[in-house]
Design a protein around this ligand. Structure first.
Ligand SMILES: [Zn+2]
Length: 278
């Protein structure tokens, strides 16, 4: 485990004691959550990962000099993935402290040729998501509600209102726009949403060579969504890959999580994303 984590952090200074402490905290956290988590509680695993990441980060920062900015990574396991491998090893690791966690990690490394099948997310030192697993149909990231993650709906933004004037028009050649209404309405969105859609388009071009991101809807002035929809404010977008292949939506949703949208939902025939106001 520790060896795998170590190998996965090529920019780290391997001689740094703080890095070894970071690695131990990460390994113990990973083992605990991969063992005690269950398949139905991935959201809880991610929340716990966030709490442990914050604690380890604050401890490292408290020890560090000004300007300390490493690219260390925090691995969040898929809930319950290691039960079949670990057996009682975790109790040994927990009772004997970080050095035992590292030893257990070496034994784990013999069992797994790659850490990837066990990882749900990888965060950088600042908590941004670097790698996310595919999002299953019907699931959303983060685990909390859209209103909690992106902020409650404030109501319909009408054309010509001051709020409408604050929207921007997405004219990005790397994004295919459906423009269902033929009015350009689907291109209207908040600046934050437009910026993230542009970043996601680059991720899509890299993940699916020859393909582009497709935008089916953003701002909706026509009341086509539920009463609390963030589409009415231009804070939500519906997306697919331009071949409309549903088999790509789980990966598209994962790329959206990595891009930094505040809430991502894998719906039946598209991925819905939303962002906070401002
Ligand atoms: Zn939507």
């Amino acid at each position: 485990m520790a060896g795998l984590l170590h190998d996965a952090q090529p920019d780290a200074d391997v001689t740094d004691e703080r890095f070894d402490a970071w690695l131990s905290a990460n390994a113990l956290s990973f083992l605990e959550e991969a063992y005690y988590g269950t398949s139905g509680e991935q959201g809880e695993t991610v929340r716990e990962g966030h709490a442990q990441h914050r604690g380890a980060r604050e401890a490292v920062l408290a020890l560090s000099d000004a300007g300390f900015a490493p690219v260390w990574r925090w691995f969040v396991p898929r809930a319950g993935t290691l039960q079949i491998y670990l057996g009682g090893l975790l109790d040994e690791a927990s009772s004997a402290g970080p050095s035992a966690a590292l030893r257990i990690g070496e034994r784990l490394a013999d069992l797994a040729s790659s850490i990837t099948p066990f990882v749900d997310q990888i965060w950088d030192f600042d908590g941004a998501v670097l790698v996310a697993a595919d999002v299953p149909l019907g699931e959303h990231v983060p685990a909390r509600t859209e209103a909690d993650a992106s902020g409650a709906a404030a109501g319909v933004v009408a054309a010509g209102s001051p709020e409408f004037d604050a929207l921007v028009r997405l004219d990005d050649p790397t994004v295919v726009v459906k423009d269902e209404e033929g009015s350009g309405a689907d291109r209207m969105m908040t600046p934050r949403l437009a910026e993230l859609v542009g970043v996601l388009a680059a991720h899509v071009a890299q993940a699916f060579p020859g393909r582009r991101l497709r935008l089916t809807e953003a701002w909706d002035p026509d009341g086509e969504h539920s009463h609390s929809s963030l589409h009415y404010e231009g804070r939500a977008a519906d997306l697919t890959v331009d071949d409309r292949d549903r088999a790509k939506l789980g990966r598209l949703a994962a790329l959206a999580v990595q891009t930094g949208f505040d809430w991502v939902l894998h719906e039946n025939d598209h991925v819905h994303v939303s962002v906070r106001a401002g």
